[in-house]
Ligand binder design. Structure first.
Ligand code: FES
Length: 583
């Protein structure tokens, strides 16, 4: 037996794990080895600790365009530690290549990840993901698969340049498109900038969902310290990949399973970091889904308490001005965690086998930089994401106030209602649309069930005729999501969603809507009696479910936003606690 090899006689390790059932386990192992030896493996290699590497490379996923190099580096790390690395594919999701929306497919990817991890003879697994839904799907799947797992993100893309200005996806994509809609730039310029917004392979270069999930994974301790921020094409990213491979062998030997890392403490640390990053609102939905796999119920009211006392310290777009590569040069997530020492649980265990506090103690975070702000000079004082309640959202709604127009956070206005995405697309730019800058744009039927898949259509465009007048922001309300790269006074995740008969379904043009972030209120100034009458006159009725396929499963099983929009049958059998814990 070589150093680091597992015991081939032990049916719970290495190649002997999880044999197909032929009624004779000896024959099953004999057959398995015969086949894999056809690829040139020796018995020495096959006796080793087996580390699976989830390969989510795809020609349709430029956010994962460095996958071959990452896999090489992870393999090198695994072999340096005496293990046997084997990569295998799962579904890969890219935001721009997932119709109708990547969120519709996230749960499918989580099922693929979980079942392949369970099916293969793995002692540990390296999850390589990056684009928005991939890291959540992998964490959900690995949490349910209950094996040692370590997350590696692909890393952010480089920024590009346009006519002397630094640009990056995708906050700047939206800004330039807004200028184009407002006739501020012409066809030539919008075409030119299209070639500059994405400077290389890798994930979006601002604090969108991918960057948020990368930061969260590191803060939760399921990825190596310092692993969230190296850009995709850098030597630092490859070194992190090698180290991840090496550590994967360690967690296999120590049986450091996901549930030992993803605890109440690590979820609370993740929520703090989500807030301090000025992170994507999608992070909340994904954390609820991962938590639900482990039997934790995400409590929005307590999250709002955390929000009120957690400042935004990271100066990245869309809430700030920098990009991911700047955050990396500024020291990344360890610097942020160091600033939050009194707000995070330093005793939380990380994937290194050491606590968060022990890891931070080894880092020098004292150098001068201007991306992670000191506590006394935050980007936003507190409450980057606020939780709203009221008769319009009995189950809750959220707003990313750190990326909103401050004057609109206290606003009462007249509702301009769109029944669904198609209705909005048809009428939003109609010159005859009765809409003014102080109205409230409301979009129904883009929730988890309604679209289906809860698309990022909550970023309702400013009607063209108002955009031309220079209107940059309006209060916009929906039961959908928005990209973490977007900014604006946008209320999202209204629950229950309109498709299941939530109050949003009964809003009409001309109703008065009140948003008060200070009071955490989202209300419809319509009496209960009037709402009941509307409900009686035109009740929301369940759509005929699709006859077959994944869509049928989705429609039957998807939960509301506050439960992570996961499938009911994939959640833990029972919830054992709430996160964050009551304070
Ligand atoms: Fe993949 Fe933004 S499109 S991270």
């Amino acid at each position: 037996m070589t150093d680091g090899a597992c015991d081939a006689e032990d049916s719970t390790q290495g190649m002997t794990r999880g044999l197909p059932n032929y009624g004779d386990s000896g024959f099953s192992l004999f057959l398995r080895k015969a086949f894999i030896k056809g690829a040139g493996y020796t018995d020495d290699a096959l006796d080793r600790t087996v580390v699976g590497i989830v390969n989510t490379g795809s020609g349709f996923n430029p956010c994962h365009g460095n996958m071959p190099q990452l896999i090489d580096a992870v393999k090198r790390g695994v072999m340096l530690a005496g293990g046997l690395p084997v990569d295998f594919p799962t579904i890969s999701l890219h935001e721009s290549f997932s119709n109708p929306t990547s969120m519709y497919l996230r749960n499918l990817m989580s099922m693929d990840t979980e079942e392949m991890i369970k099916a293969l003879p793995l002692d540990a697994v390296v999850l390589i993901g990056g684009c928005d839904k991939t890291v959540p799907a992998q964490l959900m799947g690995a949490a349910s698969a209950e094996i040692p797992a370590i997350q590696l993100v692909t890393g952010s893309m480089l920024t590009g340049g346009h006519r002397g200005e630094r640009v990056g996806a995708c906050t700047d994509c939206r800004a330039f498109w807004g200028k184009y809609r407002g006739d501020e730039i012409d066809e030539q310029e919008i075409s030119d900038v299209n070639s500059s917004l994405v400077g290389s392979v890798g994930t979006c270069s601002v604090m969108g969902t991918a960057s948020t999930m990368a930061g969260i994974a590191e803060a939760m301790g399921i990825a190596l310290p310092g692993s969230a921020t190296p850009p995709a094409v850098t030597a630092d990213r490859m070194r992190i990949a090698e180290k991840t491979g090496t550590r994967a062998v360690g967690i296999a030997r120590e049986r450091l399973t996901v549930d030992k890392i993803l605890t109440e403490s690590s979820f609370e640390n993740a929520l703090r970091v989500l807030l301090a990053l000025g992170g994507s609102t999608n992070g909340l939905v994904h954390l609820a889904a991962v938590a639900g796999r482990l039997g934790f119920d995400l409590d929005l009211a307590t999250f709002d308490q955390l929000s009120r006392e957690t400042p935004v310290l990271v100066n990245l777009k869309p809430a700030g001005s920098h990009y991911m590569e700047d955050l990396h040069r500024a020291g990344g997530i360890p610097v942020l965690l160091d600033r939050l020492r009194d707000l995070v649980d330093l005793d939380a265990l990380t994937i290194t086998g050491r606590t968060l506090g022990e890891e931070l103690a080894d880092r020098d975070t004292s150098f001068t930089q201007d991306v992670v702000r000191p506590r006394e000079d935050p980007i936003y004082p507190a409450g980057s994401i606020a939780v709203l309640r009221g008769n319009l959202a009995p189950g809750g709604a959220i707003v990313k106030q750190a990326a909103a127009t401050p004057e609109l956070l206290e606003h009462t206005g007249r509702a301009v209602v769109f029944e669904n995405s198609a209705d909005m697309a048809e009428r939003i730019d109609d010159e005859d649309l009765d809409v003014h800058a102080d109205d409230v744009l409301m979009l129904k039927n883009i929730g988890p069930l309604g679209a289906p898949g809860m698309p990022e259509a909550g970023y309702i465009p400013i009607p063209k005729k108002l955009a031309r007048q220079g209107v940059k922001d309006m209060v916009r309300i929906s039961d959908g999501r928005m990209s973490g790269t977007a900014r604006g006074t946008i209320v999202l995740h209204v629950s229950p969603e309109s498709a299941v008969g939530g109050p949003l379904a009964y809003v009409r043009d001309g109703d008065t809507v009140r948003l008060s972030v200070a009071d955490r209120v989202l209300s419809l100034e319509v009496s209960d009696e009037e709402l009941a009458t509307r409900r009686e006159q035109k009740p929301v009725t369940a759509q005929q479910p699709p006859a077959r396929g994944y869509r049928r499963l989705f429609v039957d099983q998807v939960t509301q936003a506050e439960d992570g929009a996961d499938f009911r049958f994939l959640q833990a059998e029972s919830m054992r606690a709430t996160v964050p814990r009551a304070r």
